[in-house]
Write a protein that binds this ligand. Structure first.
Ligand SMILES: NC(=O)c1ccc[n+]([C@@H]2O[C@H](COP(=O)([O-])OP(=O)(O)OC[C@H]3O[C@@H](n4cnc5c(N)ncnc54)[C@H](O)[C@@H]3O)[C@@H](O)[C@H]2O)c1
Length: 357
């Protein structure tokens, strides 16, 4: 029997990119793509590989549904990309984030433990480390988790659960990544880069929160996927006892190209790529509440221990990404037709909870 990969969150941005690449990298593998088809998903993201995968609509936080999938497909490798991922939506409805990002992480880890999968990789984010002070160089795997937004707190809860599995169940080979902000094709136009392109192409300005000086660390999605695949297959050996007090020794890897840029500069970049004047096409709008100012992580552990390097230059990567959204107008027009406008306007929204159902 061939190798079976179970990839969750596969109808989202990064999961779909990973499944496309996995189909190329592992032409003989069986790929089970799982997604509950929530708000951020788009099944059309999997169209290019539809004849190479088995798609399963299921919720990773549902233990019965997940146990049944593990029983049916007996995966050797599990990669968990499934999460609620949008900071703005997390402020408006945190409960769904806690379910997918924390409970879902645990249910999936437990299924992998019971099914004795060969390797389980949990995908997490730079945002669990919280906000990097302006005077500090970067976060590392040894930095404390300091999440303070509903999205990053839910992801950090998932991280803590995965760390507990790493330390408690030595028979389970479970690994984790923290990645910088991703850019590339198939990202829902609620996130900055595709929102900017799709707005401009429809004659609307690019919204920039507040002063736009929030700084982010950007990596091409294909570089993220290559890092995930390398970490999934690396020979790492057992978790040493000393990892209990030194998280740098846990099988956790930070992924970044060390490319830091402000949101305002990024918006300028996108508008310039479209051949227009940023001064005319960017609008500062009210900031979202509790907006982290800065993220940056250091990928030195991944570089030195596993030899990973990003291959996409930021300049060309952004130009190609903008060109992809220009060329795939049908793809994003269909999304906006189905989901409505995706821009969040905090001047018309508060953080007050809606009435209880
Ligand atoms: N986008 C980034 O810049 C970035 C950076 C670092 C890490 N990450 C992490 O990478 C992962 C993927 O992010 P993304 O940007 O592709 O997000 P996304 O929102 O585009 O996709 C997430 C997918 O997960 C699915 N999903 C959510 N909850 C689920 C559940 N309970 N069961 C099954 N499927 C579920 C959604 O339907 C969606 O298709 C997330 O874990 C995120 O935290 C993202």
């Amino acid at each position: 029997m061939g190798t079976v990969y179970l990839v969750t969150g596969a109808a989202g941005f990064i999961g779909a990119n990973y499944v496309h690449l996995l189909a190329e990298w592992e032409p003989d593998a069986e790929i089970v793509a799982v997604d509950h088809l929530g708000f951020a998903s788009n099944l059309a993201n999997l169209d290019p590989v539809r004849d190479r995968i088995s798609f399963e609509c299921a919720d990773i936080a549902d233990p019965t549904a997940m146990a049944e999938l593990y029983r049916r497909y007996a995966p050797q490798f599990v990669v968990n990309f499934a999460a609620e991922s949008h900071n703005d939506r997390a402020i408006l409805d945190p409960s769904a984030f806690m379910r997918s990002n924390a409970l879902g992480a645990q249910v999936l880890a437990e299924c992998s433990r019971r099914a004795s999968v060969r390797t389980h990789l949990h995908v997490s984010t730079i945002e669990v480390y919280g906000e990097l002070p302006a005077h500090e160089a970067s976060f590392t795997e040894r930095s404390p988790l300091n999440a303070k937004t509903p999205y990053s707190a839910a992801k950090a809860a998932g991280d803590q659960i995965v760390r507990a599995y790493m330390c408690t169940y030595p028979e389970l080979d479970i690994r984790m990544t923290h990645c910088a902000n991703n850019y590339g094709p198939y990202q829902l136009p609620e996130k900055l880069i595709p929102l900017a392109v799709t707005n401009v192409l429809r004659g609307r300005k690019v919204p920039v929160y507040g002063d736009g000086l929030q700084r982010r660390d950007w990596l091409h999605v294909a570089d993220h996927c290559a890092a995930v695949h390398r970490i999934l297959h690396a020979e790492l050996g057992p978790v040493p006892d000393a990892a209990g007090t030194d998280p740098g020794l846990l099988p956790i890897f930070d992924i970044s190209a060390r490319h830091e840029i402000s949101n305002l500069d990024l918006a300028h970049r996108v508008v310039t790529e479209l051949g227009l004047d940023p001064d005319e096409w960017i609008a500062h709008i009210p900031d979202r509440p509790n907006h982290d100012r800065r993220y940056l992580i250091d990928p030195a552990k991944l570089e030195t221990q596993l030899g990973w390097r990003p291959v996409h230059e930021f300049e060309t990567g952004i130009a190609e990404t903008v060109a992809w959204y220009v060329a795939h107008r049908d793809w994003w027009e269909q999304i906006i037709a189905e989901k409505g406008e995706l821009e969040v306007d905090w001047s018309r929204m508060g953080t007050t909870a809606p009435a209880a159902p």
